[in-house]
Design a protein around this ligand. Structure first.
Ligand SMILES: Cc1cc2nc3c(=O)[nH]c(=O)nc-3n(C[C@H](O)[C@H](O)[C@H](O)COP(=O)(O)OP(=O)(O)OC[C@H]3O[C@@H](n4cnc5c(N)ncnc54)[C@H](O)[C@@H]3O)c2cc1C
Length: 413
């Protein structure tokens, strides 16, 4: 099938590349732009590698809000602030608080569930076209906790039951059978048997990128400074050149707001910063990703070793990496697994997050030839292909049974 429309995409993370591949399937002529090489240290490289189709309940919940002061004071907890950024984030925090009512929490959960439920089949459509080389494991994902009545866990389990998510509560013995190397500090857990994990997200992204090039896709390494319009044609503006297209997609994760602000839309996108370190040659210690819920961190067995991932740090895109957050991850990993060798690769990444914890997927409010695909917060790796598939259907003006209104940027007007 050929379709001569030219589409430009800014961002070569999992969202941008997935958009590109699904648009190519419909015959469009696609060019991707990124300021860095694909697979560079963006969020799509450094994430925990979870394919988490069960994770419909997000952080906009009253119980999470109530836990915030204790989490901020705890030296082992997941939450941190860069104080110099707090004044800039106050409008985001206010919107977040307004989104923690039970009604709003359920609105987010239902609409996350709608796309999460389609996430793995959309991945499989792309996996069918590459050689996966053992880069994806189907061994489920395990959450553990050490307090008998941890309220958040009960709420999560209840809401996921209501949404029909397949989950198995596991006791101490079952956790030990699944992961015998974890120290026995836990009381109980939940196991999502159909979840998967990536052994190396960067390699998967690069395989998708090679497929895109093989199918005639073009790539330009440059920073898009602005989007302007030549007549109705959206035009990417760089320091040296202008590139005009019939339609464009903004898929640059946490950086997307820099472009949408110039399109007369005030989308309240900000970032939850997260970290990882690797413990090389230790991946044999775990069979699958394990998340210790009380401390909000997880460990994934990957090609690089054990990848320890965690922290929600509010601090914007410019602040440097916090050494205290790296120490926190190392200590937590040792708490879970005992002695570990010296860590490697201290990485800081940017989750793109809206205060209602729904992504923005769909056309711009003001410009019909500009589409958005960003704001997938903790789930952007899982939701890449399904989001790309949805945007490609919108660009092709296809009918859908999905209710896509909840993801529209119009919700912030
Ligand atoms: C610590 C951590 C752990 C995570 N774990 C998981 C997980 O296990 N499972 C999961 O589903 N999700 C996870 N996530 C979330 C997930 O990684 C992100 O939501 C997802 O990678 C976002 O993808 P993206 O393509 O939107 O953005 P990115 O991966 O950030 O890519 C955006 C790209 O746009 C480019 N760019 C930005 N601005 C410009 C510009 N002006 N011009 C040109 N190029 C530009 C950047 O260089 C970058 O390559 C995690 C995130 C973090 C930080």
């Amino acid at each position: 099938m050929t379709n001569k429309l030219k589409i430009g995409i800014v961002g070569a993370g999992i969202q941008g590349i997935s958009n590109a591949l699904f648009l190519q399937k419909k015959g469009y002529d696609v060019t991707v732009f990124d300021k860095d090489e694909p697979g560079s240290p963006a969020a799509s490289y450094g994430n925990a590698g979870h394919f988490s189709p069960y994770a419909s309940l997000s952080l906009n919940r009253t119980d999470v809000l109530a836990d915030v002061p204790a989490m901020l004071l705890s030296s082992t907890g997941p939450l941190a602030l860069k104080w110099n950024y707090v004044p800039k984030m106050i409008p985001w925090f206010i919107k977040f608080i307004l989104n923690t009512t039970k009604k709003k929490m359920m609105h987010t959960a239902k609409n996350m569930h709608q796309i999460l439920d389609l996430a793995l089949p959309a991945y499989d459509e792309l996996f069918d076209e590459i050689n996966l080389d053992g880069l994806v494991e189907n061994k489920g994902i395990l959450y553990i906790w050490n307090e008998k009545d941890l309220k958040s866990r009960e709420l999560e389990i209840k809401v996921r039951d209501e949404l029909g998510v397949n989950q198995q509560l596991v006791n101490k013995h079952e956790i030990h059978d699944l992961e015998p190397n974890i120290k026995p500090f836990y009381h109980a857990g939940v196991y999502y048997p159909y979840a998967r994990h990536a052994r190396n997200p960067k390699k998967i992204l690069l395989k998708f990128f090679e497929l895109f090039l093989k199918k005639g896709g073009k790539f330009n390494k440059c920073n898009i400074e602005n989007i302007e319009f030549d007549i109705e044609k959206p035009t990417f503006v760089t320091a040296e050149k202008r590139y005009s297209f019939d339609k464009v997609v903004i898929a640059c994760g946490a950086f997307s707001k820099r472009l949408t602000d110039n399109l007369d839309e005030k989308i309240p996108l900000d970032t939850e910063r997260g970290y990882h370190v690797h413990f090389k040659d230790c991946d044999h210690l775990l069979s699958r990703p394990v998340i210790f819920s009380n401390r909000g961190f997880g460990i994934t067995p990957m090609e690089q070793g054990l990848r320890v991932v965690g922290t929600v740090e509010f601090g914007g895109l410019e602040n440097p990496l916090s050494k205290s957050r790296i120490r926190n991850l190392i200590n937590n990993a040792k708490y879970m697994l005992g002695d570990l060798p010296e860590h490697e690769d201290e990485w800081l990444g940017f989750r793109p997050t809206l205060p209602d914890f729904l992504p923005v997927i769909g056309p711009s409010k003001n410009y019909k030839n500009v589409f958005y695909c960003f704001g997938h917060h903790h789930l952007g790796w899982t939701l890449g292909p399904i989001s790309g598939k949805i945007v490609s259907g919108m660009i092709a003006q296809e009918n859908t049974n999905l209710n896509l209104d909840p993801y529209s940027s119009k919700r912030f007007s």
